[in-house]
Design a protein around this ligand. Structure first.
Ligand code: ZN
Length: 187
């Protein structure tokens, strides 16, 4: 799944969770859930493809043996600061990434790429950046059923985010203004 797919899935899950509690999505928690939805790839891909210290871009940070303690530790960190909802958002984003990677590979019949779920008990197959680049180079904007469905799903998620009040946008805007003001004051 591409980064935007992970982000969209994590946001939808988070929005549904909040709505079930009768609350709207929180701005900071939205940023946390989107960031956490990218984190397994942000850790594993550079370790595998740039540094070559692990054989696959889906191994260490994708493995539940690492992911679950990490999510518990992050939840504990935020809960101690009376921000348990950020810990929940982190876990939701992170674990939805791992689950969707595994489900996608299983649906595609690529069962070897679900072995990371039981790493280090099972070894994982090697992969490379070249494979992903080849997939990207095959990407075309020519209308196809898959592209049309993706566009509709993307629009639906964007619509949900707007209906939720664009959570996270205000936080980023304020942060950006503060950084810009500090840079102006320094110059
Ligand atoms: Zn991944």
């Amino acid at each position: 799944m591409w980064p935007w797919g992970h982000a969209a899935l994590a946001y939808v899950l988070y929005s549904v969770l909040r709505r079930r509690r009768g609350e709207s999505p929180d701005g900071v928690a939205t940023i946390v859930v989107v960031f956490a939805s990218q984190l397994p790839d942000l850790i594993d891909k550079p370790l595998a493809w740039n540094l070559g210290v692990i054989p696959s871009g889906r191994m260490l940070a994708h493995a539940p043996v690492v992911a679950l303690p990490l999510c518990v530790a992050v939840y504990w960190y935020f809960a101690r600061r009376s921000r348990a909802e950020y810990g929940v958002a982190f876990g939701l984003g992170y674990l939805s990434h791992i689950a969707s990677d595994a489900v996608q590979s299983a649906l595609a019949g690529e069962y070897a790429y679900t072995r990371f779920l039981l790493w280090p008990l099972l070894s994982v197959p090697e992969d490379s950046q070249a494979g992903v680049l080849a997939e990207l180079s095959g990407f075309s904007l020519t209308p196809s059923p898959a592209l049309i469905v993706s566009a509709f799903v993307g629009l639906a998620v964007a619509g949900l985010w707007i209906r939720d009040g664009t959570p996270g946008a205000g936080v980023l805007r304020r942060r950006f203004r503060a950084v810009a003001r500090a840079a102006c004051d320094r110059s």
